[in-house]
Ligand binder design. Structure first.
Ligand code: PMP
Length: 285
């Protein structure tokens, strides 16, 4: 079936889904977005994603031209129109078409674009055997520059890190913050397990408040797994018993090596497996 893409309240086929070359989303990465997951025809944690979207927009003085409820309806309608039972949704809000100058006040109308599609981010092998990742030299955006809490269209920071990771033969890469602490990966949050405790960097390490991160933390509470959000260093990961990444696209993926050092016994660990199966149950419930 041909994809039906939502732009500003109307649906277009992929070929006809076009926006202006003067859109500041294109010219300057000026806008915000969300990546959401569909399980059994339902968007996972839609309310949380919408809240993050509106908070990102508010942080950059971008007024989304519809209410959060209307946005939820538009996302659900796009999923239904594309007949998707399992898949991924990308909601993009750009500043809209403006002039070649920076001034956002010259942009007429923010554009709302919603794309729903199927997804296979990683092969099954990565989930079974775990990923190898590297720490890259590109640090996460300094929070005083562009806060990582804002899911903005400007992903160059992460893309540069991703390129460095790929050049080292790794599909994901670990980014530190300006203090040298562990922040997150290019498109995923990170967790470790040490002595039975689940640990993940705090939001003020300069990371995205991941919806999947939050879901995993909720599961840890439910399963009575001790959880903390301390500042972490690379060393903490080198000596961890287990490590995994979380993201809407990746879900939960084990990490078995960082910077050529095997983590724990170099295999996906029992806590990672337990949380993964609890997560799969949660998303289908
Ligand atoms: N960090 C970054 C930089 C991301 O791009 C993503 C993916 N959106 C995540 C973390 C994971 O967030 P979520 O679980 O909400 O998809």
């Amino acid at each position: 079936m041909a994809k039906q893409i939502y732009i500003g309240g109307q649906f277009f086929s992929q070929e006809d889904a076009k926006i202006s070359v003067f859109d500041h989303g294109l010219l300057y990465g000026d806008g915000v977005f969300e990546g959401l997951r569909i399980y059994s025809g339902k968007v996972f944690r839609l309310g949380e994603h919408i809240q993050r979207l509106y908070e990102s927009a508010r942080a950059i003085w971008l007024e989304i031209p519809m209410t959060p409820d209307e946005m939820a309806d538009a996302i659900n309608e796009t999923v239904a129109k594309n007949g998707l039972s399992d898949g991924y949704v990308r909601a993009v809000i750009t500043r809209g078409s403006g002039t070649l100058g920076l001034d956002p006040n010259r942009c007429s109308n923010p554009q709302v674009i919603i794309i729903a599609d199927t997804i296979t981010l990683y092969p099954q092998e990565f989930y079974d055997n775990g990923l190898e990742i590297v720490t890259v030299s590109v640090i996460r955006n300094h929070p005083a520059a562009l806060s990582a809490r804002v899911k903005s269209l400007n992903y160059l920071n992460n893309i540069l890190a991703k390129i460095e990771g790929l050049q080292a033969g790794c599909v994901e890469a670990l980014m530190l913050n300006h203090k040298g602490e562990v922040a997150e990966c290019t498109g995923d949050n990170i967790f470790i397990v040490k002595d039975g405790r689940l640990l993940t960097p705090p939001l003020d390490a300069g990371i995205l408040a991941g919806v999947t991160r939050e879901a995993v933390m909720d599961l840890a509470l439910e399963l009575c797994i001790p959880l903390a959000e301390p500042a972490l260093t690379k060393h903490d990961i080198y000596v961890a018993d287990e490590c995994f990444l979380t993201g809407s696209a990746a879900e939960i993926v084990p990490v078995v090596k960082l910077d050529s050092r095997p983590i724990g016994n170099g295999k996906p660990g029992p806590m990672t497996k337990r949380l993964t199966s609890a997560f799969h149950e949660l998303v289908r419930s």
